[in-house]
Design a protein around this ligand. Structure first.
Ligand code: 6GU
Length: 244
């Protein structure tokens, strides 16, 4: 998978060289290319922002550097185009389902905005030749899209075949499969600082253990994420989609 990241802070993405994502890059599974948006500015101050039409606080990223950067990274007459992800708190939610979708793409590009966002014509222009999704990683505000790109790339990269040692660990985790949060896990020693591993896990009764883990997942989900259980209630009542 090829990944292009356009940003005014390429050094922020240095973390992509570390850990699992870094190993995937070293092994050739990922081809990560970072680009400094200011390479496509021509004034002394390498200006990437300007005041908003219509007034209001803050600054907006100018369209011209973005247009040139996109054309350089993905030439308009090229044989293929990337899927473009624009991180923004005003985007559609990033979910495990979207992570699986991104993991299927041969080529992803990320356009990191700063300030109050990117002139809206940039997404419209890119949309003339590539799929564009504005995506949010949660209901809070970051200063720019860079950290959100780290989140999305890690979530997608670990789903690529060969990146995770044991693919079975993907099936049981939170937000996969049954839509419940993962049950609590324990390892040795059996007693630690006055806290014991639940007896059932030492019983060797795999049927009972699976049942206990499912109950733990349900009670944990009810406590921490009642919205996930409500989504299933709606599915069962024929009111729609648990992922919606
Ligand atoms: Cl994707 N970008 C920014 N700047 N802030 C966010 C976000 C993204 N998701 C939540 N907050």
């Amino acid at each position: 998978m090829r990944l292009d990241v356009l940003t005014i802070f390429p050094e922020y993405l240095a973390a992509l060289d570390v850990s699992l994502v870094g190993k995937a890059a070293q092994s050739g599974l990922l081809d990560v290319r970072l680009h400094d948006l200011r390479e496509w500015t021509y004034d002394r101050h390498r200006t990437v922002d300007d005041t908003p039409y219509g007034g209001g606080a803050g600054m907006v990223m100018k369209p011209e550097p973005w247009g040139e950067a996109l054309d350089a990274v993905a030439p308009p007459d090229g044989p293929t185009q990337p899927r473009l992800i624009v991180p923004t708190p005003a985007g559609r939610p990033f979910t495990q389902a979207l992570a699986y979708e991104l993991a299927e793409e041969p080529w992803l590009a990320f356009a990191c905005g700063r300030y109050e966002g990117i002139d809206a014509r940039v997404a419209a222009y890119a949309g003339e030749r590539m799929r564009v999704d504005e995506v949010s990683i949660g209901d809070y505000v970051l200063n720019g899209g860079e950290v959100a790109v780290l989140v999305m790339v890690e979530a997608a990269a670990r789903l690529l075949p060969g990146v995770i040692g044991n693919p079975e660990s993907l099936a049981e985790e939170s937000h996969s499969g049954d839509g419940l949060l993962e049950y609590p896990v324990y390892t040795k020693p059996v007693s630690w600082r006055g806290h014991d591993v639940p007896e059932i896990l030492l019983s060797g009764n795999h049927g009972k253990i699976a049942e206990w883990r499912h109950e733990q997942s349900v009670s944990r989900t009810a406590e921490r994420r009642p919205d996930l259980l409500a989504a299933w209630g709606d599915v069962l009542a024929g009111k729609g989609d648990a992922d919606a």
